[in-house]
Each structure stands twice: as structure tokens, then as C-alpha cells.
Design a protein around this ligand. Sequence first.
Ligand code: SF4
Length: 510
Amino acid sequence: MIQDCKAKPENQHLTGFRKSLLNPDEFTVTFELVPSRGGRNRQHDRTLALACDLARDGRISAVSITDNAGGHPALSPEILGMEILETGMDVISHFSCKDKNRNEMEGQLFGWDRQGLSNLLVISGDYPQRGYSGHPKPVFDLDSVHVVDMLTLMNKGHYINQSTHPTSFFKGVAVSPFKLHEAEQLMQYYKLHRKIEAGADYVITQLGFDARKYHEVLLYMKQNKLQVPILGSVFIPTLPLVEIMHQGKVPGCIIPDALYRKMKEEVSPSDNGKQDRLRRAAKLLAVLKGMGYNGAHIGGPGLSMADFDFMLRAAGRYESRWPELVAQLNFWPKKGFYLYRKDRQTGLNRPEAPPRAHFKSLQPLYTLAKFTHDIAFEPRGPLYKTAKKGCLALHASPLKRPFAAFEHISKFLLFGCQNCGDCTLATHAYLCPQSGCAKYMLNGPCGGSRDGWCEVYPGKKRCLFVTSYERTSTTNSQAQFSKGFEPPRNWELNNSSSWFNFYQGLDNRK
Ligand code: SF4
């Protein structure tokens, strides 16, 4: 099955993805592979053959392998990853949070470390889709910030108070600059702070088509001293995928109307527009390199070695005139959000942000909940000591259970409380992530929101983090969303009183 492809690469002058990405003089190119369902598909053989060709060619530093992309079960990334490593091509394994709890993750990661699969792309993951006999349980025990933190500890070899042999994971994370509204865009950037603070080594953007938005995230990282390498995604969709993406059916991916119309016009009787899509991708590659990206992450179904060669050669020719290509990569909805003012000369961004929007000023529930929290749950609050004393006395009395029931019922009615016992209401603008976020995210949104709506309930439920941002817009306290991070839920406290737990110092707020 695996071709003999260990011949000396023709263009290879680097060994491995990590080395390439950490070399500031290199522009690292990677490619995304999407395994399909089934263990013995012909498709896997074709994928391996392509990996062999790419390894021989040497211009691609690594292939990444998705982890149940789109939420659909598929061949797991480590199986294909191990076979591809044998071809001499380096591998980035996607590691998503959706299907496994923290213990399963740990076991899997130790296995990957043993197998030499050390380059990871840690993502929340798409919401799981229908599987055997129905819909699976969406696990999301940890979010991507937690996983990066766990990997950082594993790399140090000191993990949950035990010493283990240090792992050597190279931890990538994702960010989307392609959000249409201020709240969802800023929350993406705030979460990036947390990912990098937790130990992320590099960043890959969500796929997009607008040069100024690619420039925005680069400028944001520079301004905020988020100093890790970044790769821009360059995606070449097939025509059927263009339709699906334009309809908003691929979470987090946007094909704006203008680009959609252009792609349709490019279809001719002799060509389905693929050459134009490859040429556009080549221009984006040249622009990303020109504006200062450390590399590009290419993706797209059905690409052949000939397509790569065409695209990479074209990108080489475009390189010297990248500034004039920016105007040709101007695909963002007119009302879509940009963080910075436009630089009329370059078509990119000036390092100045216009004033932020102020959302609804009257937030009765938020105001009341915050007031109660500040006086009774903040150690400096005037009622803190009294509330603590009262709660501890109740905990030691026969009223313990009725009081816990009172807490749960009142918080259920007000916030949809699920009685997790480890309450994070105060850090989420008094919205409960256990009932309000389909993926139970604690440190910021996943990449799947669109127009401010949750990926799982489009048009029905606003993303919890969008509402959190909007609720706090009047107090200008959104910066809290980028600082530190919210630890994972402690399941030992499930179905217990968060108030008792808090005053006893048992929860994560201690
Ligand atoms: S205790 Fe847990 S489930 Fe209840 S409101 Fe707080 S965060 Fe939500």
C-alpha cells in the first residue's frame, strides 16, 4: 500500500514542520487531509500516494490530518498519521475536544507521544453528527484552552502532582478573523490570548478569502504581543462545496455573495473554474507571505500533485507584486466587521481601531446578579463575611438540603442552572455555559458561530459569548475575557450546591 518514497526529496531543504515554522526566514506550507469513513477505503490509498508525492517534492513541510471533521466519524488521525510518517512526510494531527473526556485524551496523547506524533492542532471540534443508532453524546469535557494547558504540563513532565517522562508536543491552535460582528470577532481574539497564555506554540487561521481580514489578525497579534508563528489558511473549494459553504452549512466558513458570484461566472464549458480558484489561492499565498505570515495551510478536497505544482509555481511568480494583488482579494460583506480602519493606500489596515459599539444599556438581570455577586461573593464585598458564615452554618444544619434545593430552583429559573456545583456565572456575564453553550465552552467561543448565532442552533440561539460581550459592553470590562482562564468543570461537584462549595473553598473559584 505504501509506496517506496524515501528517495531524497527534490526540493526539501528542511526537516520537519517544527523546524521550518520556527525559522523566521522560512515560509512554511502545510496541507490538510480529511480521512473518510471506513478503514480500508481506496480513498486512504490515494491519500497516502499524495502524501508520498508531496514528501518527494519537498515544498510542503507537513500534512495535517483532521479528527472526525464536520462531526462525522472517520478513520482516526493517528492511524493515517503513522502511515504517512513512514513516507518521510511530517504530520500535524488534529486533536478535537468533542468526543473524549480528559482521561481518554490523556491516554490517547501518551500513545501519540510514544508513536512520535508530536505536532498537534488543538481545536474545539465540530458538533458531533448522527452516528450508530442516533445522535452521540457531545462530550466537550475540556475546551481547547484546557487541552493546551494540559499539554504544557505534560511537556514539563509534571502532571497532576505526578512526575512522568516529559512529552514533546508542539501545540497549535486555531483562530478565526472571519466573524461578521464585533462581539463574535473580539471574543475570538480574546480566546486567542488565553490559548497562547496556556502555552500554544503556533496559530492557524480559519479559512477565508479577504486579504484585509487576514491582515487584521496579524496586526492584532502584533499589537497585543501574541508572539507565536501564524499560518494563514488557503482553501480551494470544489463547486458543490462552494454552494454548501455559501448557504452557511459549513460551521464558521463564509463565502460572501461577491465571491460566490465570481466563482459561478468562472465556470465555462471547458473548465469548472478550478484553474481560477487555484490562481486565486496562489495570489492569497503570495499576499500572506508578503504581509508577514510565517506560512500557509492549504486545504481543499480532491487536490492533485499537479494542482499543488500549478498553485505553488504561480504563487512564486506573484510574490514580487503581492501589494497590487490585495485589491483582487477583497471579499468581505459590506456590513461585515473590521477591527481597524482601512489603509486606503495598501487596502489593508491602519493600526487604529474605531470606537467600539455600545449595546443595550439596561440589563436588569445582569445588573441585579452582578450586584448580588459583588456584595456577597467577592471577598471585599460588604456582606461577604456574613454570607459565608450563614452558608456554613446552614451547611452544618438540617436545612442543608432544602437550602441547596432553593439555590438550584432559583438559579434554574433565572439562569437555566444545571447544578454543576462549580458555578461560573460571574465570569460569563451571568449566563450559564452548562445550559447556554452547546459545547459547554468555558474560555470563549468555538469557531463555529455565524452572524452571532450558535453553530448548533443557527437562527434560534445566540452564541453565549456574543451575549456575554454585549452584556458587558457598557461596563467596558470585556478585557476580563482575555485574562487567565477558567479551569475545567470539576465533576466531583456535580449535583451539589455551588454556594456551599464556594464558601467551603471546594470549587474552582478558590
Ligand atoms: S452552578 Fe453551574 S450549572 Fe448552575 S448556573 Fe452556575 S455554571 Fe450554570
